[in-house]
Design a protein. Structure first.
Ligand code: GDP
Ligand code: MN
Length: 396
């Protein structure tokens, strides 16, 4: 399995309806409902629910609410009609690429009775290296935006794994969030349940946004996102079977097939680098040049000419790419091998997308000669600050 270091970070996702089933197994309340793969099934479920329902597109992306992926149906016929337009289509949200992701199932649920929307998540805190609970009484919205604009509305509680979650921590969060008295203990118990799911399944993220408060003071998980640490998946073959590979980014899947560690990002500069640390540093350089990386990619320490060329092919398929930055520190991986791979990808793609290259180490001079001789639109950079300057130039 490929390792990823960023957004998606080494993570296997599952669908909302599957995440909700797991949460329910651990004692978290979820809305009544069922997943449907056909419009007729969506109709049947709506009948079972009493004649009204909410139809929710099942995709590995949030932001469905604002993009037509969550629609209220006032009747079974309407539920069927909505499911017919969703199933088989591609949903585009602000979290997907412009091509969107395919919808093959919808979750049909009873309409929720929402008094308040809370945010709850458990993930691994990179600073402390342990689990952290993140909670806010301003749920339903984009949590990244909230944390950027009003960080004081978000509260955190670290969990010491040798002690585990203590209900006291949940009560403290509930008080900080200003929940009413009768919700304090139920909220803490919900967190206890969520943490035991997190821990038992080696999750890397459990996010419930929103966890709603209903008019009869119940806490219900209205949405659920679960991702798992792929280093621990050998312990959970059941989870691995849930993964829906149709939801994966096509470029990431192609890269995984070549055993290339590639994560698709939203920017305009493709980065070809060896070593995860250098790859991270290179992405910072791209940002310093006023651009954004279109990918994270580590070709590894012993890539062949063919692997380098496949990596570049994948980058060049990304329509947002306006420039390529190669930052190679030659060791076992020879710079001339990388250069030959680059040349062959540029020739077969017939492209003149500007190329900024920094090569150091084994056979760096030979590598640069290969690139110059091939007549590519290449600018060489020496130092890291030089990379920033050259990249700026090339994108002008
Ligand atoms: P997301 O946009 O992909 O995160 O999808 P969610 O399932 O979180 O839904 C987004 C928003 O739609 C929620 O925050 C709610 O405000 C609203 N919503 C979702 N389901 C229901 C429902 O059953 N009833 C009502 N009234 N609103 C809902
Ligand atoms: Mn949500």
């Amino acid at each position: 399995m490929s390792r990823k270091f960023l957004k998606g970070v080494g993570k296997i996702k599952i669908h909302e309806y599957q995440a909700k089933e797991l949460l329910h197994d651990f004692g978290v309340e979820i809305p009544r409902g069922r997943v449907a793969s056909t419009p007729e099934e969506a109709r049947d479920v709506c009948v079972e629910l009493g004649g009204t329902s909410v139809v929710k597109a099942q995709v590995y992306a949030g932001g469905r609410g604002q993009s037509g992926g969550i629609i209220l149906a006032e009747s079974p016929d309407e539920s069927q009609r909505i499911a017919r337009t969703m199933i088989g289509s591609r949903l585009v949200t602000k979290q997907t690429s412009v091509d969107g992701v395919p919808v093959s199932k919808v979750l049909v649920e009873e309409p929720a009775d929402i008094v308040q929307e809370l945010y709850v998540a458990i993930t691994i805190d990179r600073a402390s290296g342990g689990p952290v609970i993140i909670a806010s009484s301003f749920g339903g919205v984009d949590i990244e935006e909230l944390s950027a604009q009003e960080p004081e509305k978000i509260f955190q509680e670290s969990i010491d794994i040798s002690v585990g979650f203590n209900l006291f921590q949940g009560r403290r969060l509930a008080r900080l969030m200003g929940l009413k008295n009768e919700l304090v203990v139920p909220f803490a118990k919900n967190l206890e349940a969520i943490y035991s799911l997190f821990q038992r399944h080696d999750a890397s993220l459990v996010e419930i946004n929103p966890l709603i408060v209903t008019s009869d003071n119940k806490l219900v998980a209205l949405d659920a996102k679960l991702t798992f640490d792929d280093d621990a998946l050998f312990r959970h073959p059941d989870i691995l079977n849930l993964a829906d590979h149709d939801q994966d980014d096509p470029l990431e899947s192609e890269a995984a097939g070549y055993n290339i560690s590639y994560v698709k990002l939203d920017g305009n500069v493709g980065c070809l680098v060896n070593g995860a640390g250098l790859a991270m540093a290179t992405m910072d350089l791209v940002k310093a040049a006023g651009a954004n990386p279109s990918n994270f990619l580590d070709v590894g320490g012993s890539a062949s000419e063919e692997k380098v060329s496949q990596a570049l092919n994948i980058m060049l398929k990304d329509k947002n790419v306006e420039g390529i930055l190669v930052n190679i520190f030659g060791g076992i991986l020879r710079c001339d091998v990388v250069a030959k791979g680059i040349v062959s990808a540029y020739k077969s793609n017939i492209t003149d997308i500007p190329l900024v290259v920094r090569m150091l180490g084994t056979n760096a001079d030979e590598g640069k000669a290969v690139l110059s001789d091939a007549g590519l639109n290449v600018i060489f950079a020496e130092s890291l600050s030089d990379v920033i300057e050259r990249l700026r130039e090339s994108l002008r």
